[in-house]
Every structure is written in C-alpha cells, then in structure tokens.
Design a protein around this ligand. Structure first.
Ligand SMILES: Cc1cc2nc3c(=O)[nH]c(=O)nc-3n(C[C@H](O)[C@H](O)[C@H](O)COP(=O)(O)OP(=O)(O)OC[C@H]3O[C@@H](n4cnc5c(N)ncnc54)[C@H](O)[C@@H]3O)c2cc1C
Length: 583
C-alpha cells in the first residue's frame, strides 16, 4: 500500500519511525502512543472534523434528529481510521492507551458529543472482546474490526436493568448437540443502546445458565431487530435505539470468553476505561461551551464595556467553571497515566473523574448559555446544543449518584482498613509538597483531607453511613478533595517542567497554580461545611458538639484560607481573556 493510500491515522503510526520519540519507548498496548503520534492523531482528527462537522451542519443534524452515519463510517475507514486508536497493536490497531483515548475523546466531544459517543461506544463493543475474549476470539474479531472498520455497539442496559445490571433478564439458552454446547438462543430486550440502529455487530450481555455472559451478535440475524431512534433531549447526532432479540441463534464461538458467567466482571473491567472516556466527553464539551462564552464576553458590550471586564459576570459564569473543569482534568490525567503504567483498572479514580468532569462540563455549558444571555437560549448559538448534549454524560456509564456511591464505598473501606489514617497520610504528603512549593494550593488541599478524615471518622462513630444520603454526599466530598490534591500536584509538576508529555498544555504553570489555589479553597470549604452539615443531621447529632466539631475539622483555618481568593480569580480572568494584568 502506498503512503497516499494510508489513512491519516495510519500515517501517524507510520510516521513514528521518522519523528523523535519523546518517551524513548515504542508504543505498546499499555503505554500507548508516543507524544508525537498522539499530536499527529489529534491533528488528523481536527482536520477531519473541521471538514465534516461545521457548526451549521451539526445544528441541522440536531434539528432533523439524525446521526451522521456516513461520516462515522468514514471515521472508521481509511479516510481517518479512528477505530485503530482503540485496538491493540498486535491486532492491527494503534494501541492507544488511556491517556490517548482521553485526549481524543475530549477533542472530539469539543466538536460534537453525539459524534464522540458514536465513536467511543464502538470501542466499548470491541473492548468487551479485548478484555473478555479468548486469544482466538481476540485474534479473529479485533483483527477484523481493525481491517474492516466494523462499527460496534455495547448492549448491556435493559428496560428494568439500568444502574443495577445484575437485574438483566435477557436469556441465552444453550443449544446442545451430542452433549456439547454448539450455540445459544438469545431472547430479550435492550434499552438505550448507542449505535443501536446502525452497528454492524453488537456485544450483548445476556444471562446464560452459568451467569451473565457477553455474546457477539451480528446485525441482521433472524429474530434480531432494533427500534426507531429515541427522541432525546440532546445527543441527537448519536443513534440510540432499543434492541429486540427473539430466539436469535448465535454459534458457541460468539460467547465471549472460555466460560459462561464472566459478563459482569468484564463489564467492570471495561468501566475503568469507559468512565475516563465519558469524563473526557464532559470535559471536552464543557470547554467547548466555555470557549464560546469567552469569545462572546470579549466582544459583547453592555453598560459601556465588554462583559469580559465585569467581574460580577466573569467570576460567576466563567472563572469557577474553568477551574472545576481543570480540577477534573488533573484527576483524569493522573488516573489515565496510572492505568497506562499498569496500575489496573482504577475504577474508583475513573468514577471520581467521571463524576467531576461531567458535572463540571454540564455546569459550564449551562453557565455558557447564561453568559450569552438571550442569544445563548436560541438554537442559533451552539451553547444551547452543547448543554443538551453534555447532559447525558451525567447519566450513562453510571449515573452521578452511582459514581458517588462507588467512590464512597471504596474510600470508606480504605478509611476503615487504615484505622482512619488514609486521608491523614494523604494530607501529610500534600503538606510536604506545600513546604517545597507553597503556591499550588497543596496546603489548603491538605486541609480538605484533614477535614475529610475527621468527617469520615465521626460518621463511623455516629454510624451515619447507614443513611444512603450521607454515604452519597461523602462520595462527593471525597471527589472534591481528591481533585484538589490532583490539581495541586499537576500545578507542581508544571512548575517543575515535569508535566506529562501528553498532557493538555493550554495553561502555563502560573495559571495552573492559580487554578489549584482557587479549587483547593473551594474543596476545603465544601468538605468542611457539608461535613458539618451531615454530621449534625443524623441520629448521632447529640454526640457532635458544634464548636468542638468545627475545631476538629479546622474550619477556622479553612475560612482563613479563603484570603486572596478574589485576587486569584482576577488573575485567572486576565489569563482566560488573554489580558495583560498591568494594563
Ligand atoms: C442516550 C443514551 C445512550 C445510552 N447508551 C448506552 C449504550 O450504548 N449501552 C448501554 O448498555 N446502555 C446505554 N445507556 C443506558 C445508560 O447507561 C443507563 O440509562 C444508565 O445506566 C441509567 O440506567 P437507567 O436509565 O435504567 O436509570 P436507573 O438505574 O433506573 O436510575 C434512575 C435514577 O435512580 C438513581 N439510582 C439508581 N439506582 C440507585 C440506587 N441503588 N440508589 C440510589 N439511587 C439510584 C440513578 O442515579 C438515577 O438518578 C444509554 C442511555 C442513554 C439515555
């Protein structure tokens, strides 16, 4: 095949031999692409999306409620070859790691969340095979997906099994001949399946006699049908449809894995990646909206001057959202880096990243509508569409509430196992960081951890986590505190010139430090105030004396740490609007 015939992403792979490899490592399935290949990949993607998805077209697709199927197929073809990023090198893919996938998904979501869902869900379908399949199945299927650009769907959810996947009813009945299972007959209904009406093949979760099991089901099999596209609030450029399986026969080799019953374990292992992916969608969409608000505010004149100079506007509608998005990004990047270096699936970190990035992304998009006033509320301005599109990220791949539960349960265990030391130890590490680099908010993030450790210990003594609401709220406090710590560490790395070579480099080290200080103050305040609130709210309230409680949570220090907040917000507004603060 000539160079000209190679897809743009193939070219990026081919170019690896000619560009300097900054990591010094060959791309492997775990470490992912080298930084130059990632850069070329992002450039190729930008070129493709600029040509295919101008705003006018996306707004029209949204209006007529249509997924751009031909463009998706072009993305999976030699024209771009985006699917290769998600596939291991040994099967003809590029072997993108978690970090690469986050960067690509965030950039794509910045163009259109629906298109990003079409692409990323395809990868979830193949990920089921990559993680749960036998060597033979991986070889057969992943090579085929790479070569043919098969569009896949991931079909787990059912009408009565959403957050609680274990409640699934779709049944896979073995077909036995001469004592051997030769195939399965699958019957059931799947709900809200992305790419449901357009995929070539589907990873379908069904109950076999040995327990939940994944099957690969081809489109068009007898008894296999899909519903019409759902009429959704947003994400209208993504096809979402119900699936109906009525005695659909698949051969035994379509059962993913050597045995039945691995389905929920495989689904869990997919979550590690997929939650980072959805976090990236929230992040990309949130920034896409906020960037439009930034541009608008710089030119919209009200009361004699541009909105960008009015702090009642910038410090409410722009600055805090930029900070929360970057706090989520810091944790997302740390988690992706750890996953790529072999730390396992990191489901809890994935849950924190998803919760924080999708909530921040949605809040940023909503604030961007506000920032554009009446114009923001119309279909002619993209922020309205982005806000509707990004809303789904708080629901799928585990709702925000399920993320809060996941986070709280895991960290609760760590609190118990460590005899209450877990966050105290983390606080000590941040204090050490603060001693070396005092301007990245690490001291205040440490206060958040101290307060968190205290809240968790008092909740344990008061047996407050019996109340599901308190447990979920703890999940949120933990997510805030951990993002504050991540952002401080990220700012420190940036200050030391040690930023991850594939990290997003939009903000200079000084701006990262400002954001870290602002977010640490917010996190510490939320942990302290919400902590006091919920500790006092339950049956154990009698054992909590307010003054002692506030002293134990170091509320005074946390309040004192708010000093300097306005200056930092002013500085960040100057950075965001690219103003020279001396003028
Ligand atoms: C546009 C779209 C695309 C999707 N794409 C896919 C796809 O490609 N593949 C796929 O398999 N699925 C897909 N889904 C399904 C999605 O993952 C589910 O909608 C999601 O997991 C939530 O499940 P549910 O809708 O049944 O809500 P439920 O689980 O019924 O939840 C309803 C509410 O109750 C809360 N809740 C649930 N359980 C608890 C609990 N134990 N305690 C407290 N509160 C709880 C939830 O947080 C939520 O607020 C998609 C959904 C949509 C809307």
């Amino acid at each position: 095949m000539s160079q000209a015939e190679l897809s743009q992403l193939d070219k990026a792979v081919a170019d690896q031999g000619t560009v300097p490899n900054l990591t010094g490592a060959q791309p492997s399935r775990r470490q992912g692409l080298d930084p130059d290949t990632l850069r070329l990949t992002l450039e190729a993607l930008r070129e493709f999306t600029t040509g295919h998805f101008p705003d006018l077209r996306l707004r029209e697709l949204d209006r007529v409620d249509e997924a751009p199927v031909e463009d998706l197929r072009a993305m999976y073809s030699d024209e771009l070859g985006i699917h290769l990023l998600f596939l291991p090198v040994e099967y003809g893919g590029m072997g993108g790691g978690a970090f690469d996938i986050y960067r690509v998904c965030a950039q794509l979501a910045g163009v259109d969340v629906g298109v990003a869902v079409g692409v990323s869900v395809g990868s979830l379908g193949s990920d089921v095979i990559a993680r749960g399949g036998t060597d033979r199945q991986r070889d057969a299927w992943l090579s085929r997906i790479a070569a043919e650009g098969l569009l896949m769907a991931y079909a787990a959810t059912e009408p009565e099994a959403g957050s609680d996947l274990a409640a699934l009813k779709t049944a896979a009945e073995p077909v036995v001949q001469d004592g051997t299972v030769t195939g399965y007959r699958i019957t059931g209904k799947k709900q809200w399946i992305s790419n449901g009406g357009i995929a070539d093949a589907y990873s379908v979760l069904a109950n076999a006699p040995g327990g939940p099991t994944w099957f690969v089901v081809d489109a068009g099999l007898t008894g296999f049908e899909h519903g019409k596209p759902e009429n959704k609030h947003g994400l209208r450029t993504s096809n979402t449809a119900a699936l109906f399986l009525d005695d659909v026969y698949v051969a035994a080799d379509r059962r993913v894995g050597a045995t039945e019953g691995q389905g929920l374990i495989v689904a869990q292992s997919v979550f590690g990646y997929s939650r980072l992916m959805v976090a990236a969608l929230g992040l990309g969409a949130g920034w896409a909206a906020l960037d439009r608000a930034l541009a608008y505010a710089a030119t919209r004149i009200q009361a004699g001057g541009p909105l960008s100079e009015k702090r009642g506007y910038t410090h409410k509608l722009i600055v805090p959202h930029a900070v929360r998005l970057e706090a989520a990004r810091a944790l997302l990047e740390e988690a992706a880096e750890s996953i790529d270096s072999g730390a396992g699936a990191l489901n809890t970190e994935g849950a924190i990243a998803k919760l924080m990035a999708t909530e921040a992304g949605h809040a940023a998009a909503d604030a961007s509508i506000q920032a554009l006033g009446g114009y923001g509320y119309t279909k002619d301005y993209m922020v309205e569409k982005i806000a509707r599109d990004v809303r789904i990220t708080r629901i799928f791949e585990g709702t925000s509430e399920i993320m809060e539960m996941t986070i709280a349960r895991d960290r609760w265990q760590q609190h118990l196992k460590s005899g209450g030391r877990h966050y105290l130890d983390e606080a000590a590490a941040l204090e050490a960081l603060n001693a070396i680099t005092p301007d990245v908010g690490a001291g205040v993030a440490a206060l958040a951890y101290h307060a968190l450790a205290e809240v968790m210990e008092r909740a344990r003594i008061g047996r407050l986590t019996r109340h599901q609401h308190v447990l979920f709220r703890l999940g949120r406090l933990i997510a805030y505190a951990e993002c504050a710590a991540s952002l401080s560490r990220r700012a420190k790395r940036a200050a030391d010139g040690q930023q991850h070579p594939k990290a997003d480099d939009r903000f200079a080290p000084a701006a990262q430090a400002v954001m870290a200080r602002i977010f640490a103050r917010e996190a510490a305040l939320i942990v302290a105030e919400e902590g006091v609130r919920w500790l006092l709210s339950g049956d154990g309230a009698a054992t909590q004396e307010l003054e002692t409680l506030e002293a134990a949570l170091r509320c005074e220090d946390i309040h004192a740490a708010q000093q300097g907040l306005l200056d930092d917000m002013d500085e960040l507004a100057d950075t965001l609007f690219q103003r020279d603060p001396r003028n």
